[in-house]
Write a new protein. Structure first.
Length: 156
């Protein structure tokens, strides 16, 4: 009895292709002059755009890929603007205060992650200083808003 050699070809794995999502135009960032006169809504949106780009840099473009802290700073950094935006439609002064307080807490958390990224060498000094300046500006504004609203709500 003769045995025929199998005519089946062994399947080989397809080469891995790196997926890069196609992105549209990026939102323009604010200049320092624009930031100096901007309100919390504009500043928090601009920071959200910068944090989104930082996330992309840390996870895709950087020599040292970082996924854990980058996701944390992405979530807290974009949450600032989301809570500030939500405050526009607050149902009461107390609701407004609540949203702005949450935005302040998220800003403080974002500041923490920013410091951690810098102190562990994931971002350089100029990247850190630029983002830190924006964080400080937002934290000061939110502190002022929360203090003022606290007095207003307690005064009623």
């Amino acid at each position: 009895m003769e045995y025929k050699k199998s005519t089946y070809k062994k399947k080989t794995a397809a080469p891995k292709v790196q997926y890069k999502p196609k992105r549209g135009k990026l939102a323009p960032l604010m200049s320092e002059d624009e930031k100096a006169s901007a309100g919390i809504h504009e500043l928090s949106y601009d920071l959200g755009c910068r944090i989104t780009r930082l996330f992309q840099y840390l996870t895709e473009d950087s020599e040292y890929k970082e996924y854990v802290i980058s996701k944390q700073i992405y979530r807290s950094g974009t949450s600032i603007g989301a809570n500030v935006r939500e405050s526009k439609h607050a149902q009461s002064d107390a609701d407004f205060l609540s949203k702005m307080s949450i935005a302040y807490k998220e800003a403080d958390e974002t500041d923490y992650w920013l410091n951690l990224l810098h102190d562990n060498g994931y971002i350089n000094e100029s990247q850190y200083e630029s983002l830190k300046k924006d964080m400080d500006r937002i934290l000061k504004l939110l502190t002022s808003i929360v203090k003022t609203m606290n007095q207003k709500v307690k005064g009623k």
